[in-house]
Ligand binder design. Structure first.
Ligand code: FE2
Length: 267
């Protein structure tokens, strides 16, 4: 069963790339379930109810997030009403929303669990331990289905790799988001978990991690604050495709894709 996990969707360039690419990618790879990280999908910072609806309407089944989840304040009033929208499970319990979701795959009607976790190294906020809480939640979800996909949102490659090994053999996949830079270390871990440190950004690659590059360069040079605008050029879709055995949840293969508009015609 093929599960597509899409890396951080950034602003309208990212959303319009989803709209153009997803029908062909779904068809070409016989995708049964799709997860996307949407924390930057509204104007490059945060997410709104309208943007969630737009992405769910494209056939995405579950939406994950991270440190930018609350950037658009209006989502505070909606997060408990959109069961497919997750915030990291190890955020303080006093925060609204939830960190996991169980959906059903399109053709084979297999339950697919998604768990959203945040790393702690170089990440702001009073976050609980993603290793302990993540393991407990994966074990709880496995009572319902062996197919468990983990989005680990974080900066430090070492912490993400450690979480991958910590959940190896229990999660079907542990895949990373947040840095907006795809890594080419996708592989199957020894006990059958698919792993990739960072899927990369679905958005404009003529940019510094999605933002107009000149403003960022000037900020590094001057150290002065500057206005960040979402870039537009060279939009791409970044995703990993995991083939999972629905009988036991083990990953059979993991592939990575980084598609530009010119690549869509040959799908
Ligand atoms: Fe992030």
């Amino acid at each position: 069963m093929k599960i597509l996990v899409i890396g951080d969707v950034v602003g309208s360039p990212g959303r319009s790339m989803l709209k153009k690419a997803l029908p062909a990618v779904f068809r070409r790879h016989d995708v049964e379930y799709c997860i996307a990280n949407v924390e930057n999908a509204a104007g490059g910072f945060g997410v709104t109810k309208e943007v969630c609806d737009e992405i769910l309407d494209l056939g995405v089944d579950c939406l994950t997030s991270g440190n930018h989840i609350w950037d658009k304040r209006e989502i505070l009033g909606w997060v408990d009403l959109i069961p497919q929208l997750l915030r990291p499970h190890n955020y303080p319990k006093a925060q609204p929303g939830r960190g996991s979701h169980v959906g059903v795959s399109r053709r084979s009607k297999v339950k697919v669990a998604t768990l959203n976790l945040s790393c702690r190294v170089f990440m702001n906020g009073a976050l609980d331990d993603p290793f302990t809480l993540g393991l407990e939640e994966v074990e709880r979800l496995r009572q319902e289905t062996p197919v468990v996909i983990v989005d680990i949102h974080g900066e430090a490659t070492s912490e993400k790799q450690a979480l991958g090994f910590h959940l190896d053999g229990l999660a079907s996949a542990v895949v990373g988001t947040h840095t907006h830079v795809p890594t080419c270390d996708h592989r199957l871990l020894p006990r059958g978990t698919a792993y990739c440190t960072d899927i990369g950004m679905t958005g404009p690659y003529d940019s510094v991690i999605g933002v107009e590059k000149d403003a960022i360069v000037q900020r590094f040079i001057s150290g002065m604050p500057s206005r960040f605008e979402t870039a537009k050029g060279d939009p791409r879709l970044a995703a990993v495709l995991v083939d999972v055995d629905p009988a036991n949840g083990r990953a059979l293969s993991v592939d990575r894709m980084l598609l530009a508009e010119k690549d869509l015609g040959s799908l």
